[in-house]
Design a protein around this ligand. Sequence first.
Ligand code: HEM
Length: 246
Amino acid sequence: MKDPDSFLLPRIDRWPARLDLLQSASGLFLGLFMWLHMLFVSSILLGNDAMWAVARFFEGYFFFGSPLPWLVSAFVATVFALFVTHAWLALRKFPTHWGQHMAYLRLMRAMHHEDTILWFAQVITGFAMFFLAPVHLYLMLTHPELIGPYESADRVWSGRMWPLYLVLLFLVELHGGIGLYRLAVKWGDFKDAIAARRRLKRLKWSLTVFFLVLGLTTLAAYLKLGMEHAPRVGEPYVPTWQRAAS
Ligand code: HEM
C-alpha cells in the first residue's frame, strides 16, 4: 500500500542541490589549480633552467627519460572539461533578462553590501572568461610541446598573447579569490559567522594581491625574455647542463 504521507508531501527534487554541489566542487578544483598554475608559471623568475625543468616534469621527462607532451594535453583536456562544466552550471545563476540586471543593480545600490557587489563582480569576470580562457586552453591543448622559457616567452611577446594574459590574469585572480571566499562562507561551519567573514575577506584580498603581484612580475619576465629572444623566435630552449654536455 502507498505511504499515506506521500499524498500530502510534495516530492523533493534533489537535483538543484546536487548541481550546486557540483558547481562548488568544480570551482574549488579550478580555484586551487589556478593558484598552483601561477606558482609553476612563475618558475621563470628563478631562471630559464628552472622553468624548463618544471615544464619537462609535467611531460614525465624525469620518469620516462623522454618528454611525453600528450600527458600535458590530457591534463589540459580535463581542466577544459571542468571549466566548461563549471561555466554551464554557473549559467543557471546568471541574470538573463534586462529587468533582472536592473533589479540587481538597484539592489546593489540600495544595500551597499560588499558580498552582494562581490557576487556581481563574479558574474562579470566569469562571463568575460567564457571568451578569453578557451583561447589559452586551446593553445596549451594543441601545442603542449611548446611550453618552455623561450617557447612561452615567444608566445607572450612575438605571438602577441600578452594583452590577453594581462586581462585574463585580473579576471582569474578576482574570480577565483571571490569564488573560494564564497565557498568558505557557504559550506564553512563558523561559531561567529560575522567575525569569520571579516577574517576570510582579509585573507581573500591578501591572496588576491599576492597572486596579482606574482602574476604581473611573471608576465613582465616573459615579456622581457620574449623581446630579447625575438630575433631568434621559434628557437627552442636547451638547458645549461645539456649545452655543457654537448
Ligand atoms: C592545464 C591547463 C593550463 C596550462 C597547461 C597552462 C599553462 C600556462 C603556461 C605555460 C603559461 C606561460 C605562458 C605561455 O606559455 O603561454 C601560462 C600563463 C597563463 N595562464 Fe595558463 N595554463 C592552463 C590553464 C589556465 C587557465 C584555466 C587559466 C585561466 C582561466 C590560465 C590563465 C593564465 C594566465 C592569466 C597566464 C599569464 C600568467 C602571467 O604570466 O602572469 N591558464 N599558462
